[in-house]
Design a protein around this ligand. Sequence first.
Ligand code: AMP
Length: 306
Amino acid sequence: MGVLVVGSVALDSVKTPFGAVENVLGGSASYFSTAASFFTEVSLVGVVGDDFPSQALTLFRDREINIDGLERVPGKTFHWAGEYSYDLNEAITLDTQLNVFEQFRPKLPAAYQDSPYVFLANIDPELQLDVLNQVKHPKFVACDTMNFWIQGKLGALMAVLQRVDLLTINESEARQLAQEPNVVKAARAILQMGPKALIVKRGEYGALMFNGSTMFYAPAYPLEAVYDPTGAGDSFAGGFMGYLANVDDVSEEAMRQAIIMGSTMASFNVESFSLERLRSLSYAEIRDRFRAFKGLVNFADLPETT
Ligand code: AMP
């Protein structure tokens, strides 16, 4: 089983209290596909400009990600500049330049059209719809979004939400989308907009899943060294969807395991800038941290009282 992803492939400039980088590989689809590639075949849809460094493609090739659907066209690659204060939970966007994404009309290679698992990573919801319209019979469709699109393309975003099984979204953006400060009430309101399940990402405080009437909470792994939270949400989604595609199961139980796998991948990603940590990761490290998560939340039930 494979997963198809459409999203941004970017050159990012990022500043955190621990350092700064300029024009490094980023983008929602880049983080997603690299994380998912540890579990399943990944087909990427996106666009880059002629300024995109060829060596950045080596990562995708090394991870055996299918990039037949990644176009290279004249113009400048999508650029995002962001900054984090000591509170690493929320990115402050300094600049978003859509560049080659402004004119992009994705055309899915034939081999992509039968993908059973589809992730509409954070990008213009009109492009998310475009891609969804070209997939024949997806088994499970998930999407992500952010404040930029909630403010700028709410109508198209609502149309996307009607057609997805799952939405993953940051806590502050869940509040913004639902126009409701309480996260549980906001989740209920968002589930009314279409998705069957919702994962609210809370940065270093973990993730909450609302699936029909059930709730599940996974903590984030407590780390000593967090350098750059950029891409945590997309690495989370990559681990989550990659795992579901690997086991080819979308039951509540599988989704709970998938959340821990997503949290595992996000925890590695924040240990370095750009995709450096995911690039050097091994499956053995992933398995060990997944098990460490189990230890983190495992506790005995109360004794029976008589
Ligand atoms: P996150 O997982 O939420 O930290 O996503 C970080 C990535 O999102 C960065 O690498 C950016 O290039 C990308 N990004 C930021 N803003 C946008 C946007 N408006 N549309 C698509 N991708 C974006």
